[in-house]
Design a protein around this ligand. Sequence first.
Ligand code: ATP
Ligand code: MG
Length: 352
Amino acid sequence: MEHKRRILTGDRPTGRLHLGHYVGSLRNRVRLQDEYECFFIIADLHVLTTKNSPEEIAAIADNARGLVLDYLGAGIDPAKSTIFLQSAIHETYELALLLGNLVTVPRLARLPSIKEMAQAALMDVETIPFGLLGYPVLQAADILLPRAHLVPVGKDNQAHVEITREIARRFNNLYGEVFPLPADLVEGDTLPGTDGQAKMSKSLGNAIFLSDNAAAVRKKVHSMYTDPNRIRADIPGTVEGNPVFTYLDAFDPDKTTVAELKERYRAGRVGDVEVKDRLTSVLNAFLDPIRERSASYAAQSGLVDEIIYAGTLRMREIGAETLREVKKAMGVAGTFNRIARKAEERRKKLAR
Ligand code: ATP
Ligand code: MG
């Protein structure tokens, strides 16, 4: 049987996933599961680059469980795909250290994403921690450890896959072909927030979460930003850039009704409440099966942990194999063995 090509992608366990994640990445991942062998990384070491107090670290386990419940709810199938915890893969740390020699500091410092992350964490690019600067190298280790061929990423992470390719190319040239050069697959559109801001984001407080219940969804939808000029239902409204219609476009399977609603909205023949009522039922119909699936996993005590555990053990095996080949190719594998052999000989001689 021919081996499937591999995918590596994942998330930092910093909170629950929202509709933006669904449109931007989850939906795509669920689709790719059959064609590819998928590895989903719970990137908790990447959390440490910006959040590393004992309290923040203690929150990771529950965040990881929540993240995986959202994956499972959205349709990621643990029978097909491997979900694993990054910090439990010793080989990732080792590989990251070895790869760090194949990229320069200015190359990393030039990345807009590093600057943005530094700013977001209220840090200066000149004085950021080594770990934050090295974030893309750790990501390269994540991708290269399972020898992934394809990396679905958001636009913000595309440059990191490019660095990964540069590192892999350099490795292969220096030490021999160990890694495939991973391609990036830029994921779906960016979903705006309920406040009309360009991006739904959990830290902006403008997100509808996959785990929100029906009442929470209703409340969030009914307080959504719409056309601010429309103070009465008979004033013609603007559909473009109106997040209520962006969401209808994204989630309402009945395109004809959405088109009609847009016409009436433009003509000032429908109130915001009616549109929002429709969006509420559309979103709840969309979320129902997701919530049900997550709930059924959550109801089985220890099952989510078992899924993460099994995935992590599998990734460890794959990681150990890659690292063995990496060290062999580099020639660092035998150094200690040669020294140990000689030392053991001496010990035996002395013991005689
Ligand atoms: P935070 O507020 O902590 O930054 P977030 O809600 O913005 O969290 P991230 O963890 O930054 O989520 O997002 C991870 C990835 O999820 C992004 O790289 C992107 O691919 C995808 N994503 C996040 N928000 C959206 C969105 N609104 N629309 C589309 N994709 C999104
Ligand atoms: Mg973000």
